[in-house]
Design a protein around this ligand. Structure first.
Ligand SMILES: Nc1nc2c(CCNCC3CCCCC3)c3[nH]c(NCCc4ccccc4)nc3cc2c(=O)[nH]1
Ligand SMILES: [Zn+2]
Length: 372
């Protein structure tokens, strides 16, 4: 840990509670990290994101290199200053976004060339350039430049892709250099194959990182296959470092991942679905645009303490969504992010009290009640 430390505080079964200490502040784990794609968590002021309980948010190498440009963000004082967020920021390395967003991609041993989905301009991402961009942004936790194979893929393709990512991890570490107070995380690949994931974990351990991500999941394999992989992958990674599961997920995915030893997660779901009227609550999902809410004076969730639930009725939320008012996305995003942080806080306390199993049972029982 180059000035960034991870303190394991409690375990309950395979679930862990801890804290990652960085120069810009502590991250309580298990942690959920809201996504701030283009230097903003969409529909949220930074103060509101902090009010939900988030200790860290995600920035995005791919989007910010295209617009406004990494060098420009650096000239303006870095991403924290630029977006008025002074807590930790983790940035993904851009590889995953290039493969899912850019056009005309060309993948070689050196890296990836592609055309911007913004204006069609040509760009190249390599391990070296990704490290430079994340340094220019001022990221506190930097991700290795990796390749995440699209599924379904045969074992040979998954093995070749994983080995490329391990060579890129070596180059990423070399290019990252020594940045006190900043961390570099490696990313495990290997699809759903225990032996390939073990090979990847061993390669990353040899190189040595401040934290280890579980990549290559939440790419269409489904919850059952993901959990089956999480039944072995976290323990393949060093126990004394944070384990970050990338791109996950729905509330029950998150609980199942923490149960299996994951410490950190990120997902666009709570913010993206909030903007479409999809609310995640302790009793399950509510689509506020459904006509049945038009006259409902009750709050979205009477037990929730977020501004949307404290100050507004379902009828109001239904109205502003149907009318396309900006406040609609703001309120539901705030609720969803607040609810996600409430789940994380609940699990942190439960793990410390040795009652994770009871907390998990309660979590699932509440969702089965229906009629929300
Ligand atoms: N390097 C890297 N990143 C991955 C990501 C991006 C994580 N979020 C970054 C974040 C940065 C800022 C902009 C947004 C993204 C993944 N996301 C998912 N599933 C998402 C599945 C999903 C879930 C809900 C909605 C859409 C897609 N699997 C992932 C695997 C990898 C991986 O192996 N390597
Ligand atoms: Zn709420």
């Amino acid at each position: 840990m180059s000035g960034v430390t991870f303190e394991l505080q409690a375990t309950d079964g395979r679930a862990r509670r801890g804290v990652i200490r960085t120069a810009r502040g502590d991250i309580r784990t298990p942690a959920f990290m809201p996504v701030g794609t283009a230097a903003t968590v969409k529909a949220m002021m930074p103060e509101s994101v902090a009010a939900t309980g988030a200790d860290i948010l995600l920035g995005n190498t791919y989007h910010l290199m295209l617009r406004p440009g990494a060098e420009r963000v650096a000239r303006l004082g870095g991403l924290h200053r630029f977006m008025n967020w002074d807590k930790p920021i983790l940035t993904d390395s851009g590889g995953f976004q290039v493969m899912s967003l850019a056009e005309l991609r060309k993948l070689t041993e050196k890296g990836v060339t592609f055309r911007s989905h913004v204006d069609g301009s040509k760009h190249e991402l390599t391990p070296e350039r990704s490290m430079e961009i994340q340094r220019l942004l001022g990221s506190d936790i930097v991700m290795c430049f990796d390749e995440c194979p699209a599924l379904p893929a045969d074992r040979k393709r998954i093995a070749e892709s994983m080995r490329l990512s391990m060579r890129w991890a070596e180059r990423s570490k070399e290019a990252f250099g020594d940045r006190p107070g900043h961390a570099l995380f490696g990313i495990q690949q290997g699809g759903l194959e225990p032996d390939l994931r073990e090979e990847s974990a061993e390669a990353l351990r040899q190189i040595g990182f401040d934290g280890y991500a579980i990549g290559g999941l939440a790419v269409g394999e489904g919850q059952e296959a993901m959990f089956a992989c999480l039944d072995f992958a976290p323990e393949q990674l060093p126990a004394d470092r944070p384990r970050y599961l990338m791109g996950v997920g729905k509330p029950d995915d998150i609980v199942g991942a923490v149960k299996r030893g994951v410490d950190m997660m990120d997902c666009v779901l709570p913010s993206r679905s909030g903007r479409t009227g999809q609310a995640w609550t302790r009793r399950g999902q509510v689509n506020i645009k459904n006509a049945r809410h038009a006259d409902d004076p009750r709050p979205l969730d009477a037990q929730c303490t977020c501004p949307a639930c404290r100050n507004y009725s379902r009828a109001y939320l239904h109205h502003v969504f149907r009318a396309g008012e900006m406040i609609s996305g703001m309120l539901l995003t705030w609720h969803n992010l607040h609810y996600y942080q409430e789940i994380m806080a609940g699990m942190r306390v439960a793990i410390s009290q040795g009652r994770f199993a009871a907390w998990e049972a309660d979590f699932h029982a509440m969702r089965a009640q229906g009629d929300i």
